[in-house]
Design a protein around this ligand. Structure first.
Ligand code: NAI
Length: 334
């Protein structure tokens, strides 16, 4: 029999998560390597009241499993049959997309384009039609091309609001923060700007306090952050890319946007439609962003004290981002 103190603790836990006004979140690709742990983390988030899970396979099982966790949110699983995608999207405030194939050793994120572009286009079309004001978080790769696809789809449907569409780069921030911690012993927010592929990823280690490195050591650390995903792909040896750390990153970004919608001041980095480099033909960029209830409230200026190596890295990233984004837009317009 449960002791009274344990019982009341459980009841407290349940009632603290019974916010009827909580966020309604759909996860598309919820049965995958990222989708499952991401859905688990969202199920434990007290600010989420409804969790709609959609995948082309195995989703009812994942939803039934998570629905037994004693937090207040309602979990429902949807399959493509009986218009399941539209039903999963109805009334949602947030749509998080980890649907699509992951990398195998030797692949770049761009090698996923042919498969994942079509998947994300289809899912973005459905979101734009069914829940056009929901915030859309794209995890699927290549993010540098797929967020522009979603933006173009929303534009074509006449519902584009750049404040609401983001490409999730949070895993790059986790890596930068963790790699700095391994040197300084301090957990810090290290901004990462640019894009989300190889040398488009620009960690701003100049913003980490106490990180005193030679130029060679700094170049190595930046390289490790840019290609940190490859460490996981190689270690998994053909069984996919980062899933658990990505689920944690996706849950953090979703939670950050929900907390901002609830009135908290939140700063994160994410890849969005951004015109600060439009004179160079670049219309998407991951910046430091302030969020509010509408999504992105403000694109913050880069810190004035970023290093020359970081400025050079941004200059290297810009043409690559432009080319990846243009590829996505051309695909969306087809
Ligand atoms: P996975 O293969 O384990 O899962 C993908 C899921 O998507 C599968 O369950 C599959 O059935 C589902 N799916 C496929 N087509 C679908 C459709 N039309 N509608 C709904 N669901 C569909 O792959 P994993 O490891 O979960 O990775 C997913 C994506 O996330 C990949 O593109 C990967 O490259 C990307 N990724 C992004 C990161 C980032 O930092 N933004 C980090 C790591 C991975």
């Amino acid at each position: 029999m449960l002791r009274l103190s344990t019982t009341s603790k459980l009841i407290r836990q349940f009632s603290s998560t019974s916010a009827a006004q909580g966020a309604k979140v759909a996860v598309l690709g919820a049965a995958g390597g990222i989708g499952q742990p991401l859905s688990l983390l969202l199920k434990t988030n007290p600010n989420v009241s409804k969790l709609n899970l959609y995948d082309i396979v195995n989703c009812p099982g994942v939803a039934a499993d998570l629905s037994h966790i004693n937090t207040a949110s309602e979990v429902t699983g949807f399959s493509p049959e009986n218009n399941g995608l539209d039903k999963a999207l109805e009334g949602m405030d947030y749509v998080v997309i980890p649907a699509g194939v992951p990398r195998k050793p030797g692949m770049t994120r761009d090698d996923l384009f042919d498969t994942n572009a079509g998947i994300v286009k289809l899912l973005a079309q459905a979101s734009a039609r069914v829940c056009p004001t929901a915030k859309l978080l794209i995890i699927s790769n290549p993010v540098n091309s797929l967020l522009p696809i979603a933006a173009q789809v929303y534009q074509d449907c006449g519902v584009f609001d750049p404040k609401k569409l983001i490409g999730v780069t949070t895993l790059d921030l986790l890596r930068a923060s963790r790699f700095a911690y391994e040197i300084t012993g301090k957990v810090e927010f290290v901004p990462v700007v640019g894009g989300h592929a190889g040398t488009t990823i620009v960690p701003l280690y100049s913003q980490a306090t106490g990180l005193k490195l030679s130029p060679e050591e700094m170049a190595k650390l930046i390289y490790r952050t840019q290609f940190g995903g490859d460490e996981v792909v190689q270690a998994k040896a053909g069984k996919g890319s980062a899933t658990l750390s990505m689920a944690y990153a996706g849950a953090r970004m979703t939670d950050s946007m929900i907390r901002a919608a609830n009135g908290e001041e939140v700063i994160e980095c994410a890849y969005i439609s951004d015109n600060q480099y439009s004179s160079q033909g670049v219309n998407f960029f991951a910046s430091l962003l302030k969020f509010n209830k509408d999504g992105v409230q403000e694109i913050l200026s880069l810190p004035s004290n970023i290093s020359q190596i970081e400025k050079d890295a941004i200059a290297t990233a810009l043409p690559q981002i432009a080319s990846a984004a243009n590829k996505g837009i051309a695909f969306a317009k087809k």
